[in-house]
Structures are given as C-alpha cells and as structure tokens.
Design a protein around this ligand. Sequence first.
Ligand SMILES: Nc1nc2c(ncn2[C@@H]2O[C@H](COP(=O)(O)OP(=O)(O)OP(=O)(O)O)[C@@H](O)[C@H]2O)c(=O)[nH]1
Length: 428
Amino acid sequence: MGLFDIFKKKNRVDSPEESLDQEEGLANPADQESVDKSAPANDGQTEEEPKAATEETSVTQATGDSTDSKDQFDPMQFVITEEETPGEIEIPASQSDKVDDVAESVKSGNPDESEKTTAEAYDQGLSQSRKGFAQRFNQFLANFRSVDEDFFEQLEDTLIGADLGFDLSIQISNQVREAVKERNIKDKAEIQALIIEKMVNQYEEQGQNEDQSMHFAPAGQPTVILFVGVNGVGKTTTVGKLASTYKQEGKKVLLAAADTFRAGAVKQLQEWGTRDGVPVVAGPEKADPASVVYTAVEKAKNENYDVLFVDTAGRLQNNVNLMNELAKMNRVIQKVLPEAPQEVLLVLDATTGQNALQQAKLFQNSSDVTGIVLTKMDGTAKGGIVFAIRDSLHLPVKWIGFGEKATDLRVFSAEDFVYGLFKDLVQE
Ligand SMILES: Nc1nc2c(ncn2[C@@H]2O[C@H](COP(=O)(O)OP(=O)(O)OP(=O)(O)O)[C@@H](O)[C@H]2O)c(=O)[nH]1
C-alpha cells in the first residue's frame, strides 16, 4: 500500500478517540524502527545500569592540546596558536540556579510533555505548515475557473511558495497535468486531492533507496555521532535532546563540546548534560576542537560508552576553515576508532527554506553526511522543505524537531508527516 493510500485510510477515521491514539502502536513504523534498529547496537554489549536521575554530571576538561597522547597521535596536526590556548577555564559541574531549576523540572517531569504521543507531536508541530498549505491551496483554488495553462502556472507558484523548490514544483505540476487529462478531472476538490496524491507519490518514490535507520558500532565499541551544520540551526539543542532519548533507552552517553568557537556553546551543552545526567568533555574557549574530540573519543573507548555525540561549531557555510576543521575531526576520530563516526548528521533549520538546501549541498561535498535532522518545523508555515530535501539531496531525514524541549525531537516518519500536513485537505 502506497503512502497516499495509507494517508487516505488514516483520514477516513476521523473520530479522535478511534483514530490517532488507537492507531499509534501500528501506524507509526518510525517509532518501531527506532526501537528495532537501535537494538542491535546493544547485542552482546556490556549493559550499564542507567544511572539514577540525580547523578551529578561530571565535566571532563580536555587540555586544548593533544600532546598528552603523543604515542598514538601526531601532534603536528594540531597547530594551536598562543591565542587559542588560554589557561584553563572554569566550567562548573553543577550550573547556575537557573540550570538547576530546569534540571529539577526535567527530573520531576512534565506529564503533558512526556505523554505526548508521536501523532500528537506531529499534529501540533505541523499545525503552522498545515494551515499554510490549506491557505495556499484555498487561495489558489478560489481563482479556479478551468484547467488551463494559467492554472498550471499558478499551481507551480503555489508549490514553490510552499518551499518545494523549483524543479520539484515543475515536475509535480507536469504530473498533475497528465493525470487531469487522463482522468478528465474538473472538480476543485478532486484537483486538490490529485495534487496532494502526486506530491506524496513523488516523495515516496524519491525515498525508496533511503536508509532511515540510525547506524551503530558493533557490540563493545562506542558509536560516534557527529553533528554538523551552520550556526544557529539547532545542533546543540539536538545533541541535548538525543542524549536524553538515548539515556532513557539505557545507553551510556557521552557528549563532546567541540563547538569551541562560539562563547556560550560549551555552557549550553553542559546545561543539557546536567539535565540529561550525562558527562560532557569540554576544552578551553577557542581550543582546537579536534583536541576536545580526541579526548572524548579516547574516554568513550576506554570507559565503554555506548554513544558519543560530538557538537561541532557552525560558522558561515563559505568558511573553508569550517570544512577543514570537520575533516580534521574525522581524522582524529578515526585514529582511535577507525570505523567511526557511524553517523554524520547534518542539522538544517526548516525555517530557512531553500537556503537550507544550499547549505546541505556544501556540507555534502565536504563530509560524508549520513542523514538530516530537520529542526524548527514548528516555526514554519511552509513545510515543503521536507519534499525538496528528499528530491534534491537524496539524504534521509532521520529526526525532526518540533520545539525546544527534549520530547520535541522525534524519529522522522513520512507517514505521520504527510498525514500531519494534509489531513484537513483531503476528505474521503
Ligand atoms: N522552535 C524551535 N526551536 C528550536 C528547535 N531546535 C532548536 N531550537 C532553538 O534554536 C536556537 C539555536 O539552537 P542551537 O542549538 O544553539 O543552535 P546551534 O546550531 O548549536 O548554534 P551554534 O552553536 O551557534 O552553531 C535555540 O534557541 C534553540 O532552542 C526546534 O525544533 N524548534
């Protein structure tokens, strides 16, 4: 059964009691996937008891210089200038009162947040885009007189305006043109349903070879996940949210604050570390990020961590240094763990639309990106960026962010996404 058929089937059940909640267990393969596909990573691995929520977050200071590990590692790769090696900075393990308050509230749990189902998260997170799509389609169909060239031009504009991108909008418009002729469609509602059907089918076809699962290291070795992306897209927040998710699954998680470029990024990651109860490896401000990564990878290996998340800096996308820095981090990781990193997740901000695609292409050219985390979906009324990503990047969206809280990051599910976007538009 195709995605569009599943969508229509879901849409037929319109009573809230019998629809979303009831279908939750079956209708969300993405959630199932996250459990199934992360499970092999633990097979045969030394399972650590998840530490109590009250555990104190420890903070490991990298030296900012990697010469401690001379025997395994070439220090010449780390040219650290005078200015880049300030003295040790104070990084308090237990943060300010404000952070303690946040940590306390997370520990005590907010029932509304933790009990939000996946369908509810998609429903709420996509409400702006849903309204945006409805508005665009309504405006477009309000002018509908006949299916002529003017109609297809307006359709293309509507799709481009919804962030689907130029090429994909033209393709979908052409497919609609053919289907209208074939099926002799004249009715407004039928045309709307047809446009959505073509969007969904196109989206599904493009993603057929995508591997949406998260990849893990063989049992007994730490999995390294690198987060890349330009500044402000939500890398640190995503690291914090995912650390929380994996910690709750019982994994032993370590964070590396390799964003030594932005003042405050380390502290921000440590706030998440405190909330999640996971240690953070940090270095002095402006330290060589690769040295922080090296310390973290060694710690992850020697102390049997399951997952190491590396938060990187994200200066301007045309900054060659940024790309060199990422390449250097990769080399450093592979000195200790030749098979790592298992994932390089490119974080993109959904609100930046087509600009996000340009950024993605740049990162794709310079690092082996394995998947996308699409953040701030709650903050856009367009939503079509998901279609454009699949069409032009051929990279799977693995996670989607619907807000700033830990529970707002969800495994990406095409089915829930499509349903959340169009459910008010296609009625059976
Ligand atoms: N509404 C919303 N806000 C988000 C989401 N993800 C992240 N943010 C917010 O986006 C802002 C930037 O997030 P950061 O995590 O600091 O971004 P970054 O990529 O690490 O930034 P740099 O460290 O400067 O490279 C913060 O205010 C986050 O709370 C999301 O899914 N929805």
